[in-house]
Write a protein that binds this ligand. Structure first.
Ligand code: IPE
Ligand code: IPE
Ligand code: MG
Length: 240
C-alpha cells in the first residue's frame, strides 16, 4: 500500500465513535472505553503527523453528549483534564499545534484554563495542527457565526452584500483551515451526528466497522489509500 505524496489530504476529520461498545464488549465501565479512546487519539495523532497530514480535526464531545448520565460526562471531563495535562507536559518535545473548536464557555473553568495554556504553548508549532471539537455542534457553530454576522451588520462593519461563502467561512470555528478532504467515522455508524456541517460539503467519507479504541495508524493509511483512488467531481464532469 503506497500512498501518493502529492495526493495526501491536507485535512482529515474523524468522528471517534465506539468507545462505549468497546468497553461493553470487555465488561468494563464506559469510562475505560473513553480512556482507551484517548490513547488511540494519541497514537493516531502521531501517525497523522508522520504521514505529513497538516490538519486533523477530531470529534471528542458533541453539544448533544451532555444528555448522557452525569457519571459518564464527569468521567469524560476527567479524562479530558488528564489529556490536557499530559499534552501540556509533553508539548515541548512534540511539533503539534493544538486548537479547540466548539463552545468552550460551557466547559468547567479549570478545563478552559488548561485549554488556553495548551493552545498558547503550542501556537508556534509547525507540524500537525490538531483541532479538537469539544462541546461542538455544527448547528451551534453556524448559529454563533450568524449571530456574529448579524451583530456586525447592525454595527455597520459588515454589509449584507458582502456575505459570501468565503466570508462566512471566516466566522466559523475553522476559520483559515481548509475543508476536510476526508471524513472518517468508526464503529460502523454512517451518519454525521452534527459534525462540521458546513465544512463537509464535498468531503469523501470513510466508514470503518472498527470501534475507535481499536483504530490504528494502518487503518488511517488504508482510509487515505482508498481516498486517493476516488474520483472527486465537485459537481463537475467525471475526470475520466
Ligand atoms: C464516542 O464513543 C465518544 C463520545 C461520544 C464522547 P461513544 O461513547 O459514543 O461509544 P458508543 O457509540 O456508545 O459505542
Ligand atoms: C458523535 O458520536 C460524537 C462524538 C464522537 C464525540 P455519538 O455517539 O454521540 O453520536 P450518535 O449519538 O451515535 O449519533
Ligand atoms: Mg457513539
Amino acid at each position: 500500500m503506497e500512498l501518493i505524496p502529492e495526493k495526501l489530504p491536507q485535512h482529515i476529520a474523524i468522528i471517534m465513535d465506539g468507545n462505549g461498545r468497546w468497553a461493553k464488549k470487555r465488561g468494563l465501565p464506559r469510562k475505560a472505553g473513553h480512556k482507551a479512546g484517548a490513547d488511540a487519539l494519541q497514537t493516531v495523532t502521531e501517525g497523522a503527523m508522520e504521514l505529513g497530514i497538516k490538519h486533523l480535526t477530531v470529534y471528542a464531545f458533541s453539544t448533544e453528549n451532555w444528555k448522557r448520565s452525569d457519571e459518564e460526562v464527569e468521567g469524560i471531563m476527567d479524562l479530558l483534564r488528564k489529556y490536557l495535562k499530559e499534552n501540556i507536559k509533553t508539548a515541548k518535545a512534540r511539533n503539534v499545534k493544538v486548537n479547540i473548536i466548539g463552545e468552550k464557555s460551557r466547559l468547567a473553568e479549570d478545563i478552559q484554563q488548561q485549554i488556553a495554556k495548551l493552545e498558547e504553548i503550542t501556537k508556534d508549532k509547525t507540524g500537525l495542527q490538531l483541532h479538537i471539537a469539544l462541546n461542538y455542534g455544527g448547528r451551534d457553530e453556524l448559529v454563533r457565526a450568524m449571530r456574529k454576522m448579524a451583530q456586525a451588520v447592525k454595527e455597520g462593519t459588515l454589509q449584507v452584500e458582502d456575505i459570501q461563502e468565503d466570508m462566512v467561512q471566516q466566522y466559523l470555528d475553522t476559520k483559515d483551515v481548509p475543508d476536510p478532504e476526508l471524513l472518517i467515522r468508526t464503529s460502523g455508524e454512517e451518519r454525521i451526528s452534527n459534525f462540521l456541517l458546513w465544512q463537509l460539503a464535498y468531503s469523501e467519507f470513510s466508514f470503518s466497522p472498527k470501534l475507535w479504541p481499536d483504530y490504528t495508524v494502518n487503518d488511517l493509511k488504508e482510509a487515505i489509500y482508498a481516498y486517493q483512488n476516488r474520483d472527486r467531481r465537485f459537481g463537475g464532469r467525471n475526470s475520466q
